[in-house]
Design a protein around this ligand. Structure first.
Ligand code: NZQ
Ligand code: ZN
Length: 385
């Protein structure tokens, strides 16, 4: 195991009817801006709950943050906040609204062009507005981490940044928010959380027994919850376990002290930027093919994953790896998520376009060994046709 320095400062308030606790965790004298997405937060009543809990604080609102939040939209929030002297942000939504709020929090006090935050991965952030979140979609783990992904629509660049200053101060996780999600978003949430664990776990043996067992526990939990919650979405226990799994999946513990992969995500981001495929669906397209192309480098962990998560113990190593990759693909398919580019009416034309984008973004040495070059990414995409 490698040395590590672990701190996750986000306070988690979890359970039914917890939105009312906003009054206790947002400073009484804060000038608050609520940031939200399209129409769901209003329609489901979550915004009304939030407004009521904030009481007589000075509150403004900024709506319209789209799925895969864009720099163009977020900069409008930045201008508004600068002009109104807002000092506290509250994200009400899924990963897109929370990621967008993280960017806005860092961009408001940023000296220079805020797009540089994305171009430098967040390296030069010196301050950020404090913010909390009310999570309405379990998937990304953004509510409990310091990462964010923003898209520049004008150039189709979808880039991540990270900084400790953009950990939320608190996140309110009320599992009943799952009840109103479209089925497609529930499936996306299960798949995204699953792949977050895989990106940190399915590399090579690193003598990280705690992290491995945590990862395997989460993967088994998600495999157990997945199809059940699609059939029974208003089941509180399933929703609660999905919500907590997704937060823990990317809350930092699983990935401490080990090298990660993240190539599936980086290739997936290009598919979203170019073809507007939901984030989780891009992962379901890329992951099984990446595991196949990288099967030698990942052999030991693939066998461990197969045995401990899918109970695959019979056959030669090659056969067990095949079964493990098939089980993973079938899991996504069982959630109603197509795992082939053809399932999204895409074909060979995608390959050059995605590889070109990866090169443009410097994504040329991906994976835990840095050996996923543009040529390997090409092979992965061909395998995914
Ligand atoms: O926009 P509205 O009308 O609010 O509708 C949203 C949106 O259309 C809807 N929704 C959310 N909560 C709802 C609801 N509908 C009904 N009831 C509710 N309770 O769901 C749709 C999708 O929302 P979105 O926030 O886009 O989904 P998700 O949480 O999957 O976030 C995806 C974004 O997160 C990034 C992705 O790249 C993508 O941009 N990621 C962020 C990560 C992080 N910060 O750590 C890691 C991830 O790997 C990922 O890259
Ligand atoms: Zn993800």
């Amino acid at each position: 195991m490698n040395n590590f320095d672990f701190c996750n400062p986000t306070r988690i308030i979890f359970g039914r009817e917890t939105v009312s606790q906003l009054n206790d965790v947002v400073p009484a004298d804060a000038k608050v801006m609520i940031l939200f997405g399209g129409s769901s937060a209003e329609k489901t009543g979550t915004l009304d709950e939030v407004r009521a809990s904030l009481g007589d604080r000075a509150v403004s609102e900024f709506g319209g943050i789209e799925p895969n939040p864009t720099y163009e939209t977020l900069m409008k929030a930045v201008e508004l906040i600068r002009s109104k002297d807002i000092d506290y942000l509250l994200a009400v939504g899924g990963g897109s609204v929370i990621d967008g709020t993280k960017f806005v929090a860092a961009a408001v006090p940023y000296e220079g062009e805020p797009w540089d935050i994305l171009l430098t991965g967040g390296q030069h952030i010196k301050s950020a507005l404090p913010f909390g979140t009310v999570l309405t979609l379990p998937a990304t783990g953004s509510e409990m981490n310091s990462g964010s992904v923003v898209t520049r629509r004008a150039t189709n660049d979808k880039l991540p940044f990270m900084h400790p200053l953009v950990f939320p101060k608190f996140s309110i996780l009320d599992p009943t928010k799952v009840y109103t999600l479209p089925e497609r978003q529930v499936a996306n949430g299960v798949a995204d959380a699953f792949v977050h664990v895989i990106e940190q776990y399915l590399t090579f043996p690193q003598n990280a027994m705690v992290q491995d067992r945590l990862a395997e526990g989460l993967l088994q939990t998600l495999v157990g919850i997945g199809p059940k919650i699609l059939a029974d979405q208003k089941n509180y226990d399933l929703s609660a376990n999905l919500m907590w799994s997704a937060s823990v999946a990317l809350g930092g513990m699983v990935g401490t002290g080990v090298r990660h992969d993240w190539a599936t995500h980086m290739i997936g981001h290009e598919l979203t930027a170019l073809y507007n495929i939901d984030h989780a669906r891009t992962l379901a397209i890329v992951l099984p093919s990446l595991l196949n192309v990288q099967r030698k480098d990942k052999a030991e962990k693939l066998l461990q994953f197969g045995e401990r998560v899918w109970n695959i113990t019979e056959g030669t190593e090659e056969a067990r790896i095949d079964q493990t990759i098939d089980a993973t693909r079938n899991f996504f398919e069982s959630l109603g998520i197509s795992t082939r580019l053809s399932g999204y009416d895409l074909g060979e034309e995608v390959i050059d376009a995605v590889v070109k984008q990866l090169e443009k973004h410097g994504m040329v040495t991906l994976g835990e060994h840095g050996n996923i070059t543009p040529d390997v990414s090409r092979r992965i995409l061909v395998d995914a046709l």
